[in-house]
Design a protein. Structure first.
Length: 122
């Protein structure tokens, strides 16, 4: 470990303090990742959810179109890609349960006896 630090001494001295420098190598397929990020954002803006498998299949398709031979498209790559690009797995909801018509009355009813209760008055 110290041997590696000595090899990187000059880079470490130039690095900004408090930053996560020299953690991992840069991605190999920048254009591919930019295309996939654009696709993911377009899908989400259209209201469709995007899974990790969909991202992997899309990346494999783009890699084939670009003639990239050594792209594996693993789940590990997918999650690192999402972290690099600031993406997360989320489910967009558009329909919520409706509140009952008399919900305000029920809430007031539930809390009406709280003030009189000896446990809560201290």
């Amino acid at each position: 470990m110290i041997r590696v630090w000595r090899q990187q001494e000059e880079q470490l001295m130039r690095a900004q303090k408090g930053k996560h420098n020299l953690r991992c190598p840069a991605p190999h397929w920048l254009e591919l990742e930019d295309d996939i990020k654009t696709w993911v954002l377009d899908e989400r803006n259209s209201g469709r959810s995007v899974s990790a498998k969909m991202i992997i299949h899309g990346a494999m398709r783009v890699a084939e179109q670009r003639g990239i031979q050594n792209f594996a498209g693993t789940e590990g790559w997918c999650y690192r890609f999402m972290k690099r690009k600031g993406l997360s797995m989320r489910t967009k909801t558009s329909i919520a349960q409706k509140m009952p018509a008399d919900y305000e009355e029920k809430i007031l009813e539930d809390f009406s006896g709280v003030e009189d209760d000896e446990e809560f008055s201290g």
